[in-house]
Design a protein around this ligand. Structure first.
Ligand code: ADP
Ligand code: MG
Length: 301
């Protein structure tokens, strides 16, 4: 589900444009839509990308480098094998996954920024921007709001929130961070202005087989759903694309590596991480902005 909210005299126009933009980007970036640029690139083993997809591929490849390969847009063949792309779920054999890992190497994605052309060094490779598309979309909506003269607005794309300015009374937005238990539970409430608040959790798309839960965030070193001890990661940043890419990446890294990554990049984002044993870790830059009933461990520089 999504909600799009913009206040002020141009609010209605801004909301209409935002909805049009969401549909446009979905049509360009979705692997599920046969006509999308990404689906075309995957079907043809490469091609030339338009402005949005080109920007996103470039950023996604950057995240791949900065996260030491945790973020991997070439993961699509493995997403497909698990059935996450169709909902026709199955647990692949280890041999199948090991074979497919040969087709998910980031170093085999060739992207030329000048010409916006992408190609793959190995047959059967394919990309998936599902780990960054929502965050990019919410950031584009902030641009549209600004262009329309809106100073206060919010977008919520399935639990991923980005806010422009403050509420109309000047107070901060209060964003509930989704919990794992069920749709109504939440970890806490974060007070923010002018920020994206983006959560990755192992509970958003998953299936169960023989009592084991398999979710849709794949560890590119194994081909299996990431099993890092984290069950939810929320990233808070000015940059929605970065927040989305890093929410997926830090989920894969696990708490210790994620904390270290934050220390090295703390000018760019803050994080909230929940572990499977019920601990909540919060980076020091947003510790005071979070209201929660849970016991909090503050991650310090
Ligand atoms: P959500 O879609 O629930 O908002 P995420 O932002 O965490 O969650 O993105 C998960 C999606 O990212 C998956 O559905 C898949 O398309 C893609 N993905 C899965 N594993 C990886 C990975 N290691 N690197 C990059 N993208 C991934
Ligand atoms: Mg993400």
């Amino acid at each position: 589900y999504m909600t799009v909210t913009a206040y002020g005299s141009h609010g209605e126009e801004a909301v209409e444009k935002a909805v049009t933009e969401i549909e446009r980007l979905d049509g360009l970036l979705s692997t599920g839509e046969e006509s999308s640029e990404i689906a075309q690139v995957n079907a043809n083993g490469g091609g030339t990308l338009g402005k949005d997809a080109s920007y996103l591929v470039e950023r996604a490849l950057e995240f791949g480098k900065s996260t030491g390969g945790a973020f991997d847009i070439a993961i699509y063949p493995i997403m497909k094998e698990w059935g996450f792309t169709t909902g026709d779920f199955k647990v692949p054999s280890k041999e199948t996954l090991d074979g497919l890992l040969e087709k998910t190497k980031l170093s085999d994605v060739v992207f030329d920024k000048e010409t916006s052309t992408i190609s793959f060094k190995t047959d059967g490779m394919a990309i998936d921007l599902g780990g960054v598309a929502k965050g990019y979309t919410s950031t584009r909506i902030m641009d549209i709001y600004r262009e329309c003269g809106v100073k206060s607005g919010l977008v919520n794309l399935g639990g991923n929130v980005q806010a422009l300015g403050t509420k109309t009374d000047g107070s901060k937005w209060r964003v509930a961070i989704q919990g794992v238990e069920d749709d109504d539970s939440y970890l806490g409430v974060l007070s923010i202005s002018d920020k994206a608040v983006i959560t990755s959790g192992g509970y958003e798309r998953y299936f169960e087989q023989d009592g084991v839960t398999y979710h849709h965030i794949i560890d590119p070193t194994t081909g299996y759903p990431a099993d890092s001890g984290l069950i939810s990661v929320t990233i808070v940043s000015d940059d929605g694309t970065l927040a989305d890419g890093l929410s997926t990446s830090l989920f894969i890294m696990g708490e210790e590596k994620a904390a270290q990554f934050w220390r090295e990049n703390s000018d760019e984002f803050e994080a909230i991480m929940e572990t499977s044993d019920g601990k909540l870790y919060v980076t020091e830059g947003i510790a005071d902005s979070l209201t929660t009933d849970m016991d909090v461990t503050v991650i310090e520089k």
